[in-house]
Ligand binder design. Structure first.
Ligand SMILES: O=P(O)(O)OC[C@H]1O[C@H](O[C@H]2O[C@H](CO)[C@@H](O)[C@H](O)[C@H]2O)[C@H](O)[C@@H](O)[C@@H]1O
Length: 302
């Protein structure tokens, strides 16, 4: 059962920790591309060195796997439309999804990630978690108005959760303005991620960075309910709601029936700053468990 997870980790670049598994092309090299991404260092504890230990803490628990897309399941490439996932990576994710509930949480639009991943057996959260296609169960602790039922191509029932729905008209307007403004700057690429917008500057001359930033800020100034975050050579404009990849992880755990339980171990694999919101929630989950154990000890009569 753990073999499939080890294989996926190896495909993502965790080879050192899980030796003796069949060789799958690693994307770790591509991730160290000096583009501002956090790299492994003494300041960052390495999952590579404690993978087996991490798995031993999964004993008796249900593992739920959460994966980022760009830079994790696909290499970072120059053209965002060409960030394809390799077939071995797809097989590794498919194998994991057979054994553990698995979700992909990306900054991309949900449809775009699905198009790249092409697997129906995983759950998808696009737009940094603001567009979730989850299990066919309403989440208990979330506002029902953002949850709608839908059917997939095979007629299976799904729940769609979109907490930023009311921002859609403004996002469409903003997208047009950004496209117009960015046209003047060579190399700038605007990507429609449905509930957020990416402004890529990977191909912009360094001398034009400031100008592009100014233009983005001038558009953003007209939309006070939005804010800017940063990724790898990309500025991302998002609605200012209290919702990120971490909340999406919690939402999915809820719809999978794990709210208030101790018997779950969420595993999140990601490479970028926005993934840190989800890492924090997995840690919070662990702390919650510790608190519950402590409470249990206090409640328990001696
Ligand atoms: O949450 P993620 O799935 O990691 O998405 C974050 C952004 O990823 C994409 O941009 C990044 O990957 C591109 C393809 O490798 C690369 O060209 C770009 O420079 C990177 O920033 C995606 O295009 C963005 O919309 C996502 O927000």
């Amino acid at each position: 059962m753990m073999g499939s997870l080890a294989k996926l980790c190896q495909a993502i670049g965790f080879q050192r920790a899980v030796a003796n598994v069949e060789d799958i092309e690693s994307i770790s090299k591509a991730r160290h591309d000096r583009d501002g991404a956090a790299s492994l260092s003494n300041d960052h504890p390495s999952a590579l060195r404690c993978f087996k230990g991490m798995l031993s803490s999964a004993k008796g628990k249900r593992i739920v796997v959460f994966l980022d897309y760009d830079g994790t399941l696909s290499p970072i490439v120059n053209d965002p439309d060409c960030a394809f996932m390799s077939d071995p990576m797809r097989s590794a994710v498919r194998e994991v999804a057979k054994r553990f509930p698995t979700a992909i949480i990306s900054g991309r639009s949900r449809d775009k990630v699905h198009e790249f991943v092409k697997l129906d057996e995983v759950y998808y959260a696009g737009s940094h978690g603001m567009d979730i296609r989850g299990p066919p169960q309403q989440a208990k602790t979330y506002d029902g108005k953002y949850q709608t039922k839908a059917l997939d191509k095979k007629g299976n029932e799904l729940i769609i959760f979109q907490p930023a729905l009311e921002f859609l008209p403004a996002i469409k307007e903003m997208l047009k303005e950004l496209e117009k403004k960015a046209m003047g700057i060579r190399g700038a690429v605007i990507e429609d991620n449905r509930f957020c917008v990416s402004v890529h500057y990977r191909h912009v001359q360094e001398s034009d960075y400031g100008l592009l930033h100014e233009k983005v800020q001038s558009v953003l100034g007209k939309y006070p309910h939005f804010h800017l975050t940063r990724g790898k050579k990309v500025m991302e404009i998002r609605p200012s709601i209290k919702w990120n990849k971490g909340h999406a992880l919690e939402y999915l755990l809820d719809t999978l029936g794990f709210t208030g339980t101790d018997n779950v171990l969420p595993v999140y694999i990601g490479d970028d700053r926005t993934d840190e919101d989800a890492f924090k929630k997995t840690i919070a989950q662990k702390r919650k468990k510790k608190r519950n154990v402590a409470k249990h000890l206090v409640d328990e009569p001696e």
